[in-house]
Design a binder for this molecule. Sequence first.
Ligand SMILES: *[C@@H]1O[C@H](CO)[C@@H](O)[C@H](O)[C@H]1NC(C)=O
Length: 316
Amino acid sequence: MASYSYLTTRPSYSLISLILLLSFALLCVSFPAYLQNPLNPAAAGVRGCFTATTNDAVAPAAATTDDQDPEQLRILVGVHTVARKHARQHLIRMAYALQQTPGPSAARVDVRFVLCARPMPPEHGAFVALEARAHGDMLLLDCAENAEDGKTYSYFAALPAMLGERERPYDYVMKVDDDTYLRLEALVETLRDAPREDMYYGVGLPFMHRERPRFMLGMGYVLSWDLVQWIAASDMVKREAKGVEDVTTGNWLNMGNKAKNRVNIYPRMYDYKSAEAEDFLENTVGLHQLKEDLKWAHTLEHFNATRLEPSSKLNI
Ligand SMILES: *[C@@H]1O[C@H](CO)[C@@H](O)[C@H](O)[C@H]1NC(C)=O
């Protein structure tokens, strides 16, 4: 069972917080270099624009990490997206929130939207600030928004400092595209028995190399926390930060003689083909190439995410 950290506290809005928010949003927009994104702002205290408030009604959802079960599997999923795609972020947020299963949880999956702070036109900055305040799930990095320009490096390299106080805040960190839909339970189930260290997981190329694929496709891949720390500390990786995103990550690990444990989940994460039932695998971990809303609709329908209670008045 994957427990999911969205919306565990329900934001309550007031005029005062809105005014506060708008002033913070303006501050953030005027001083983009100041933007920081603690993943666990409630525990970390005031560390950035998005959390510089005393209103705990909008405290982000990660507030409960301190009393977590040490046996619980912890996974950070970073959805790499861009500021202007508000509607897509909203859809993805709901798609994952609905996969939350109540009850005793053996895993915790934190989903965050990963953006670069440059460029950040004022209207986008304000919306990002709103979403951060309302949902606590935006992660803004000090980088230029360009997939081949080192965003993935900025993401992994920033995490140890952002999460500094904790020795191992997450067991695994995932990078996923914003046109990928993950089935969180399947993700958790495949990671539960995976090595916790020196581990690189995803759809590997070449597909048939189960033990040692050269790299994992960029639609979604996972690194164990020790590899995230290694990326953050390595001068070699810093020099090699740019390039075709997924190949580049594989190159770092190959050059550094890292990731001895590689988990190739091919074909369980794959490109969308059609709405036909036979084009979806039963043991799907993720679907990719969901560029259009209609493809999201087909996918969510297939996996029963859109089923309404019989009592629902909505007729569609
Ligand atoms: C969706 O629900 C139906 C009816 O309960 C079930 O038969 C089907 O297997 C479900 N589909 C998936 C992908 O879980």
